[in-house]
Design a protein around this ligand. Structure first.
Ligand SMILES: Nc1ncnc2c1ncn2[C@@H]1O[C@H](COP(=O)(O)OP(=O)(O)O)[C@@H](O)[C@H]1O
Ligand SMILES: [Mg+2]
Length: 352
């Protein structure tokens, strides 16, 4: 039996739900007789001593900056000293919510993806725009639900964003309509009244980061009315289709999901199971569109809305290079937990 340190999570999801992996992990650990230690990563004074004597540490940190920015650093530091089995480990999480890192990993490992260009100098971006074939896709490194993905139809639109991104920076690619003056004045009045009444601002900064000094363009893949989301947990692939938002090329965040496994092409399942193995991921989510019937990956992530996994009627595994369908629903939290215990078992048997 092991001692497993768990950081409680309670993430607000884009779909309006809340999500906690830790809630289920606690139940599973208790059911299987492991000892649980609830820790607090935000507690500067006690966190490291709370971990002492544990075999593993689990924290499903999510995309909000205060969670993700700390999560990536903390997991990497703990893994560096090799004392604990970590979920998510560094391989699994280092490129989370960073499409620029993903672009380099995809190229370095030969992952099929739309052609992508990242520029770190304004002039290089301008030179690119002069000879680009429009439309092209512009993405910020960080963003969810298609908020920071848009189409550029001509050089003028491209130059607008180059000026922004190599100027003061942006937090989103959505162009906000300015508020009418009377609304703006009313909002400012409310803020001033709150300050005068001594009402405290929110404890946590939830506003997105300012992104600047780099730009990512991507080949636009036409004729997709949906994307595929394939979530690989260990050796299992869960998959569903997300239909595009009405009148839009983007599927992410549409909420229009089809879980029918008959609609998922075998090539995509094989590709993702093989990639997850080759890259050594504990968990990886792929967003896929098709170019001439061939799957190409537009995003990779370790985090997702877990209820979408539980809606899948089954999942696929590869046995002797043949795809096998395993009927039945499974919770993502359960699959992650089972895999983690195996990982600790393996580590312990190696050190015997
Ligand atoms: N290069 C592309 N060509 C065509 N459609 C794309 C491309 N990249 C992304 N999309 C569409 O836009 C959506 C959002 O893109 P994605 O890179 O996954 O960002 P997000 O982080 O917002 O999910 C995808 O779900 C897909 O439908
Ligand atoms: Mg996506």
């Amino acid at each position: 039996m092991y001692t497993i340190a768990i950081q409680p999570d309670d993430a607000p999801l884009a779909s309006g739900r809340r999500q906690s992996f830790s809630h289920r992990w606690l139940e599973l650990a208790k059911e299987s007789g492991h000892e649980v230690r609830i820790v607090n990563v935000y507690d500067e004074e006690h966190f490291f001593s709370q971990l002492k004597g544990s075999e593993a540490f689990m924290w499903a940190f999510w995309n909000a900056p205060t969670s993700r920015e700390l999560g990536k650093r903390m997991m990497a530091a703990l893994e560096h000293v090799n004392a604990l089995t970590i979920f998510p480990n560094w391989r699994t999480s280092w490129f989370f919510e960073d499409k620029i890192s993903q672009r380099y990993l995809m190229e370095a490992s030969g992952i099929p993806t739309p052609t992508t260009w990242v520029f770190w100098r304004r002039q290089d971006a301008i030179d690119f725009l002069k000879q680009a074939k429009y439309p092209i896709v512009l993405k910020l490194a960080f963003g969810i639900c298609s908020d920071n993905v848009c189409l550029l139809h001509n050089i003028e639109e491209g130059e607008y964003w180059v000026a922004k991104l190599f100027g003061e920076g942006v937090t989103t690619l959505r162009i906000k309509e300015p508020r009418p003056l009377f609304r703006e004045m009313a909002a400012r009045g409310r803020d001033a009244a709150k300050a005068l009444l001594g009402m405290t601002p929110p404890v946590e900064n939830t506003s997105p980061d300012i992104q600047r000094g780099r730009i990512l363009f991507q080949e636009f893949i036409p004729d997709n009315d949906h994307d595929l989301r394939i979530i690989v947990i260990g050796k299992r692939a869960f998959a569903f289709r997300r239909m595009n938002r009405p009148g839009d090329f983007r599927a992410s965040g549409s909420g229009l999901i089809d879980w029918n496994p008959q609609q998922i092409d075998e090539a995509s399942i094989r590709l993702t199971l093989n990639l997850a193995k080759k890259l050594g991921q504990q968990v990886i989510t792929f967003d896929i569109v098709h170019r001439n019937n061939e799957p190409v990956i537009v995003e990779m992530s370790y985090y997702y809305e877990a209820w979408t996994v539980f809606q899948c009627p089954g999942h696929w595994v590869l046995k002797d290079n043949a795809l096998e369908w395993i009927e039945g629903k499974m919770k993502a939290e359960d699959a992650i937990f089972v895999d983690l215990i195996h990982e600790i078992d393996r580590k312990c048997s190696l050190s015997l």
